[in-house]
Design a protein around this ligand. Structure first.
Ligand code: IMP
Ligand code: MG
Length: 180
């Protein structure tokens, strides 16, 4: 894919590579004596998850949730998060790290935290590639953040607009992508 087709990167591949490498080493230090299970939240996290887990030099295990977040007028917070496909692992006594593409309103992380804690892991932390703190509606605790971004809609590196652009190899602003 030519850069020309999809606009200027908001975050370049090189910046992501560097940041993910150092975050992977930090996570490895934090979980050195632990029994780490890394859970990816699909579809959005698939690219980041693959790069991040390969940057953590520990004998970790992987698993995946497929979730969908939809508008729901019947709810006060206006959204509903559903598990479309569940993990296969038993979480009891495990050290769980959940990997997200982006934390926006905070509803997805809130929902997943509640769901996972029911399953009695020994510890639970969240990691995200991108954080949009200006858009937060519910307070969430995200332990590892690669990049903070302002309030703009971005695509690429796993993130979509109407299920497209996930395969763009860097993060771009949707405005630019559509304008091209
Ligand atoms: P939250 O529940 O509002 O925190 O939403 C998180 C989910 O919304 C992410 O996992 C994405 O699927 C989607 N999302 C939020 N902002 C963006 C964006 O800028 N680009 C692509 N997807 C986004
Ligand atoms: Mg999405």
């Amino acid at each position: 894919m030519e850069n020309k087709l999809f606009g200027k990167p908001v975050i370049t591949q090189e910046a992501m590579r560097r940041r993910i490498k150092s975050l992977g080493l930090k996570i490895a230090r934090d979980y050195e004596e632990k029994d780490l299970l890394v859970i990816g939240v699909l579809k959005g996290a698939y690219v980041f998850f693959s790069d991040l887990t390969r940057a953590i030099p520990l004998p970790l295990e992987v698993d995946f949730f497929v979730v969908s977040r939809q508008k729901d007028k019947r709810r006060k917070d206006g959204v509903t998060v559903k598990i479309i496909s569940d993990i296969a692992s038993d979480l009891k006594g495990r050290d769980v790290l959940v990997v997200e593409d982006i934390v926006d309103s905070g509803h997805t992380v809130t929902f997943l935290k509640k769901e996972i804690l029911k399953r009695k892991p020994s510890s639970l932390k969240f990691c995200t590639l991108l954080n949009k703190p200006d858009r937060r509606q519910v307070d969430v605790d995200v332990h590892y953040i690669c990049f903070e971004i302002p309030n703009q809609y971005v695509v690429g590196y796993g993130l979509d607009y109407k299920n497209r652009y996930r395969n763009l190899p860097y993060i771009a602003s949707l405005e630019n992508v559509i304008a091209e």
